[in-house]
Design a binder for this molecule. Structure first.
Ligand code: SF4
Length: 409
């Protein structure tokens, strides 16, 4: 497997421009600028690259949604608001190889005709922001932050710590200086986004994959991964494993081999109990389910879950599932933006019920009550957060029901 994203993670001072250049940074630009924007979009579409922020939407297709006949500026917004618990893979790119993202930004700016770019950082990500900002300043000073036709102006923006600002329309509201809450869609950002202009929003890892695709070609990228999910993916692994960290794997890698090879198994070889494969807003998998899946979008969908952001949380036999869900429920209740009643009230109720079950003071019927609250959330909210909460809660309660019933009095 070629390393698309982590090739230079172990190079000291890779954030410095001279070191980055020595290690191949910006070497895709000569070829890039010999290509017309539509050829770049075509190449990226051919590569099959899918968004790495969670939804897995094809990147080239997204870029093609920009209306052809408009007079407004086109904006590129980079989503670096990585806030899902257990997800810390974009942080690794920003800290260890920030020039890879700058190069990806230039490729995208050229492809979609964006002269102005905003990079929206999770508020707590001070060090990743600083590393990126310094790399950006050096690139500016070297006068390579441009396409053959125009200069590319890149702004960085640090959020204030709201998880929901990772939802793309909430992010746009926040950038515009409004409260960071999701907008009703349509219109979709590619048509009417930042300042009502066509806007492409891409995740850090998505853009960092582009230098390889341009330099080596779409076919080289497609050689890795699966037919529907080509390429590689960063997985941030944590929980009850011996070697937590950020790993680059080919899409379609079996989870069982990832756990034993990269993560060095569970702590003290304890039995695996459950796995959350894509951050807490995706359904949990039992050990049996998890050991049969592969790390790609289709395999996880088939197993009733999602790859999401690639935030892998491993739980061994010592885990109390009601306590695990309580942690997640507290997060959900805290981060609901409050616009939609089913989400605002539902997350609060779920948190309250989980708290009493975890204390051993649950009431008879609480497991069913959790399921009933969750059932009334999906499809009734402005953004997918409500659906995600419902799916996560339902999976915990149905798969580990006896533990939730044991916590009742
Ligand atoms: Fe806000 Fe929740 Fe509604 Fe999303 S679903 S807009 S987070 S209240």
């Amino acid at each position: 497997m070629d390393k698309v994203l982590t090739k230079n993670f172990n190079v000291n001072d890779m954030h410095r421009f001279d070191v980055a250049i020595e290690n191949g940074a910006y070497s895709s630009l000569e070829k890039l600028f010999s290509m017309k924007p539509e050829e770049v979009i075509e190449e990226v579409s051919k590569s099959g690259l899918r968004g790495r922020g969670g939804a897995g939407f094809p990147t080239g297709k997204k870029w093609n949604f920009i209306p052809k006949d408009h007079d407004n500026p086109v904006y590129l917004v980079v989503n670096a608001d990585e806030s899902e618990p257990g997800t810390f893979k974009d942080r690794a790119i920003l800290e260890k190889d920030p020039h890879l993202l700058v190069e990806g930004i230039l490729i995208t700016a050229h492809a979609i005709g964006a002269r102005t770019v905003y990079v929206y950082f999770r508020g707590e990500y001070y060090r990743p922001w600083k590393r990126f900002f310094e790399a950006l300043e050096e690139t500016k000073a070297k006068k390579i932050l441009k396409t053959p036709q125009y200069e590319v102006v890149v702004h960085t923006h640090r959020g204030a710590g709201a998880y929901i600002c990772g939802e793309e329309t909430a992010l746009l509201n926040s950038l515009e200086g409004f409260r960071g809450i999701p907008r009703i869609k349509p219109p979709f950002p590619a048509v009417e986004g930042l300042f009502d202009c066509p806007t492409i929003i891409n995740n850090v890892e998505t853009l960092a994959s582009l230098p390889f695709i341009i330099k080596e070609g779409a076919n080289a990228y497609r050689k890795m991964g699966t037919r529907d999910c080509p390429g590689t993916k960063l997985i941030s692994a944590c929980g009850h494993i011996n070697r937590p960290g950020v790993y680059e794997v080919e899409m379609g890698t079996p989870l069982a081999s990832f756990l034993s090879n990269q993560c060095d198994g569970t702590i003290e070889e304890r039995e695996l109990k459950a796995v959350i494969a894509g951050g807490p807003s995706v359904p949990v998998l039992t050990a049996k389910e998890a050991l049969g899946i592969k790390l790609d979008h289709e395999s996880l969908l088939e197993a009733g879950s999602m790859l999401g952001s690639g935030g892998l949380i491993v739980m061994d036999e010592t885990t109390s599932m009601p306590h695990a869900l309580l942690d997640i429920a507290r997060f959900f209740a805290h981060e609901s933006c409050g616009q939609c009643t089913p989400c605002r009230e539902g997350t609060g109720w779920i948190h309250k019920i989980c708290s009493r079950i975890a204390r051993g003071e649950g009431k008879e019927g609480d497991a069913d009550l959790l399921l009933s609250v969750a059932k009334n959330m999906p499809g009734r909210t402005i953004c997918v957060f409500g659906d995600a909460v419902a799916a996560a809660v339902t999976s915990f309660v149905t798969k580990f029901r006896s533990e939730f019933e044991a916590g009742t009095i």
